[in-house]
Each structure stands twice: as C-alpha cells, then as structure tokens.
Design a protein around this ligand. Structure first.
Ligand code: 536
Length: 359
C-alpha cells in the first residue's frame, strides 16, 4: 500500500516521498530574475526532506506577472539563476519543479505587504490582458484589455518558450498554472469569460485555451518528464465552474498528455464566502477526480498533520500532498512527519551533513 514515505514514480521521474512544496509566490525577483532568497527558500525545503520542490508561479511574459517582483521565465538570461536553484534542489535529493504562469486580469498588482492593489502605470504597473474586458473587482479594479486571437497565440507561444527554458534550466517536472483566477482559469470560468468567439461560451470553447496550451507545451516538454496542471476545479458559486465539469476537463487534459492534476480551487472573483474552509477540505474532491477521471492527483490546502497526509495517500485520495504554509512554518516537516509516523531511520531524510548528528 502506498503511504506518505513511499516512492512515487511519474513517467521517468521518481519522488523519494509524497511530500511536495507547493509553489508559493515570494515577490522577491527583479525583472523576473530569481534572487538569493529563492535559493535559500527553496533549497532549505529540499534540505528538509521534501520529495518535490516547486518554484513559484513564474511568468511566461512580463505582463503576465502578478506584481513587478514576480519570478519570470521570459528571457533566456533567466535560465542561469533558475538553473542554480534546480541544481541545488536536485543535489539534495528532491525533484526540482517549476510552475509556468500568466496572471491575466490579476496582473499589475502591488506585493501583498505593499497593499495588494492594482498599480497604475505611474506606479510601475501596466494594463493587464484577459479573455474579456471585465475587471476582477475589489482591490483589483483595473479593466483588462480583451485578448485578440493574436494575443492568444502569442501567450501560448510564451508558455512554449517558458517550457523550453525550464528544461534548459534542469527542471524535471513542469506545472501549468490553470488556477486561482489567473489567465487560464479566466478562460475556463464563465465568471470571467464573456467571449463570443471560439474561446468563450460553451464548455468546449472555454476549455480550448487550456487544451491548446497543454498540447503546445507537451510538444516541447519531453515525454519522459511529468507535465502537470494546477486547476481551480470549482468556483464555489452558481455560474462558476463545477467539480463535475472539471472531471470532464481532467479526462480531456489527461488524454491530451497531462500526467497529473494538481487539484486547487477558487479565487476567480473576490467573493470567498462559498469556500468550505477546514482541515484537508480539498481531499474528498481530489479523490473524486482521481477516481472518476482516472488521472493521478496532487492535493493540498489546510493540511498540517502528518497523519492526515499519510491517510490521504493510503486512502488513495491523492498521489502527492502539496504543503504550502505548513512548509514555511517548518521546513523540516518531512523529517518531523517521518518521526511521527514511525518511519525507519528518519534521520536518513536529512542530508549527510546533518543525518548522523540528528538521527
Ligand atoms: C491564492 N493565491 C494564489 C496565488 C498568489 C496569491 C494568492 C497564486 O496562485 N500565484 C491564495 C488565496 C488565499 C490564501 C492563499 C492563497
């Protein structure tokens, strides 16, 4: 029976355990370039024993950044710093992963600790682009420019170029950001997509951008390496996307070459009132998608306890557990979880420099 500390093989890649560091925006880049902060932040979590360490949402084009300080992969020059991070994570025994992103109408915002709101051009912002010229609202009131067909093709090519650069940088696992109200989710959700062309309206049309982007990226990302997507599988509100729809989308993504669905939710509108917050609340939804769509899944959100994470793997609710804030509280969460769960030789989770001393 699979458990939290059993290997997980996906294509030619083997994770040493099922604990993944979820992509978390650090808003600490300069013109997209990763900084020393990223090397220490991500490196520490690889040292702590995670099986997968994923670089935060990394913009495939400058206007696709959430904030001016977002990570980027839109210049060949970005590769060198990304390579340093990937190499260090790999040296520590974790698989280096990266999430490619475009923020859509949520782009051009201040960092959370600087107010989180939309930036004007004078403040260093830009006009975001989106499927439709409809603002997110609340703290993000700026009206995006509605994308032309040429914009759609250009952004899909940016995802392809980003994938090529990620491969050149040594990443072994690629995730497409199709969640949290950013560009791809804005195409998927009727709450953001009011298009009347081939990319809006029916389910078939709303998923077209996602399927096409996947196909284009799969073409340059090697078959031997995992390609995954983080999807907001429900908008928690009438008129938004539903788990039932997302099960059908997951089937089609899987048929289109997706290796695993990273199950997430929400954030396409400012209204968070429908979210049933609670420990592990996404796990039953991940289980449904895993069984009904027949695709491996990763699941996260409000998972803090080793027992719950282990139980979710044993019960086949997910194949990988995504930890975010809990990994910030404790970079050694995998080591501590191994001790809690009674795994033999928990010290072996740690690097040789620490293992003998700590045990
Ligand atoms: C969703 N967020 C997702 C982000 C950036 C910040 C917030 C992303 O996917 N790049 C979120 C909302 C509330 C709490 C945590 C995360």
């Amino acid at each position: 029976m699979a458990h939290l500390f059993s290997d997980f093989r996906l294509k030619d890649v083997v994770l040493r355990n099922r604990v993944a560091v979820a992509p978390m925006c650090q808003y600490s880049s300069d013109d997209g370039f990763l900084s020393d902060w990223h090397l220490v932040h991500l490196g520490s979590r690889a040292v702590g024993g995670a099986g997968l360490v994923m670089v935060e949402a990394t913009a495939v084009s400058p206007e696709g950044r959430i904030s001016p300080q977002d990570a980027g992969i839109y210049h060949d020059q970005h590769i060198e710093r990304l390579q340093q991070v990937a190499a260090f994570v790999r040296q520590q025994g974790a698989v280096p992963a990266i999430q490619l992103a475009h923020a859509g109408r949520k782009g051009s915002a201040a960092r959370p600790w600087e107010g989180d709101g939309h930036l004007s051009d004078e403040q260093g912002g830009w006009q975001p682009i989106a499927p439709s010229a409809v603002a997110f609202g609340a703290h993000l009131p700026r009206q995006p420019r509605s994308m032309e067909l040429s914009d759609i093709q250009r952004i899909q090519q940016c995802f392809v170029n980003g994938a090529r650069r990620a491969l050149a940088a040594g990443f072994e696992w690629l995730e497409l950001h199709f969640a949290h109200g950013y560009l791809a989710h804005e195409f998927y959700s009727p709450l953001a997509n009011q298009r009347t062309d081939l990319y809006g309206g029916s389910f078939e049309n709303r998923i077209r951008f996602l399927l096409e982007t996947l196909a284009a990226v799969r073409h340059v990302w090697p078959e031997r390496l995992p390609l995954t997507a983080r999807l907001s599988v429900t908008d928690w509100t009438t008129g938004g996307v539903t788990v039932d729809e997302s099960i059908e989308l997951a089937r089609r993504l899987h048929a289109g070459g997706l290796d695993l669905l990273d199950v997430s939710h929400g954030f396409v509108t400012p209204d968070l009132s429908g979210i049933p917050w609670g420990p592990g609340f996404m796990l039953p939804i991940s289980a449904r998608i895993r069984h009904e769509a027949g695709i491996p899944t990763a699941a996260g959100w409000m998972i803090t306890e080793a027992e719950r994470a282990d139980h979710a793997i044993r019960e086949e609710q997910a194949d990988v557990i995504m930890l975010a804030r809990e990994m910030l509280r404790d970079p050694y969460w995998p080591y501590h979880a191994a001790k809690t769960l009674g795994v033999a030789d928990p010290g072996n989770i740690l690097p040789v420099q620490y293992a003998r001393a700590v045990g």
